[in-house]
Structures are given as C-alpha cells and as structure tokens.
Design a protein around this ligand. Structure first.
Ligand code: HEM
Length: 149
C-alpha cells in the first residue's frame, strides 16, 4: 500500500483516538465528577469503545507498516540508533503504556465503577493518563516529517 494512503488512514484514526479521549477528558469527566454519576462515563465508554479500539488497532497496523517502509526492520526496533527509529520505538513504548492502562481500567476499575461512584477519581486518572499518552504519540508522529528526534 502506498505510504501516503497509510498516512491518511493513520491520521483519521489518530483523530478518532485522540479526539475521543480529549472529549471524554474535557467534557464527560468533569460532568461525571460534578454529579458523582459513573453512568455518564459508562454510557460514553459503551458508545465510543468499538470505534476507539478499531482506531487504535489501525494506528498500530499502519504505524508499523510505515515504519517498515522507512526501512526500519524489526531487529532495529528499540536500539534508539536513528532519528525515525527513535520516534517509532518511543511510540511503541507509549503504546505499551496505553495497553497497561486499558487493561487496568477494564479489569480493576470499570467493574467497580458500575457499583459505586467512589471509583470515579481512579477512572479519571486512567482517562487522563491515556489522553496524555495519545497526545504525546501525536506530537511524536509529527516529528517524522522533520527528520525524527
Ligand atoms: C495513539 C497512537 C498514535 C497516534 C495518535 C499517532 C499519531 C500520529 C501522527 C499525528 C502522525 C503525524 C503524521 C504527519 O506528520 O503527517 C504520525 C506519524 C507516524 N506514526 Fe503514529 N500515531 C500513533 C501510533 C503509532 C504507532 C504504534 C506507530 C508504530 C510504531 C506509529 C508510527 C508512525 C510513523 C512511522 C509516522 C510517520 C509517518 C510519516 O510521516 O510518513 N504511530 N502518527
């Protein structure tokens, strides 16, 4: 597939992933905290999750594909030896962070959130962390066209 088409898919998915998380962090979360109502978060999560996860999966697929097109083979990942490789290896580490927060939210926080509003602050911390990581990945990606980091 052409690099340009992969980049367009990558950018659409980045809009969905980062846009959705900024929306929940800025609009949904303050409302849920103010009203002490976890259902506001749970409702948004249910609606957003299928499209959000699909976008993240496509980000990973297109991102790795573009990395390989840049000539960075798997055996060079995490060597932090060239500017574009540093961008992609850092992104993969941030992706791991995202996965850890997502698993923690799904297994530890969300089941409890359904029962009590006391878990809203912990859910808020998870949402803010994943949002910040998403923004960091977007900013890192933008460095590629300037030669990397
Ligand atoms: C939350 C996840 C991610 C977000 C929000 C994201 C966002 C972005 C953005 C905004 C760009 C800038 C494109 C441009 O300058 O026009 C980009 C580029 C890039 N991303 Fe990602 N990305 C994510 C995950 C990944 C992953 C997991 C990889 C694989 C290691 C990856 C690899 C790349 C590469 C290689 C580029 C450079 C493409 C080019 O300029 O030709 N990204 N990304």
């Amino acid at each position: 597939m052409s690099h340009h088409l992969l980049l367009i898919i990558h950018l659409i998915c980045a809009s969905i992933w980062v846009g959705g998380h900024l929306f929940i962090a800025i609009r949904i979360l303050p409302k849920a905290l103010k009203q002490k109502n976890p259902d506001i978060i749970l409702h948004f999560e249910k609606e957003y999750e299928p499209i959000g996860i699909a976008a993240l999966l496509l980000l990973v697929i297109t991102g790795i594909w573009m990395t390989l097109q840049f000539g960075i083979a798997v055996n060079r990942w995490f060597t932090f030896s060239s500017p574009i490789e540093r961008v992609t290896s850092t992104k993969l580490l941030l992706l791991l962070g995202t996965v850890i927060f997502a698993v923690s939210a799904q297994t530890r926080v969300l089941p409890q959130l359904k029962k009590s509003s006391g878990k809203i602050p912990e859910m808020a911390a998870h949402i803010i962390a994943v949002t910040a990581i998403g923004v960091a990945m977007l900013v890192l990606g933008s460095f590629a066209r300037y030669g990397g980091i």
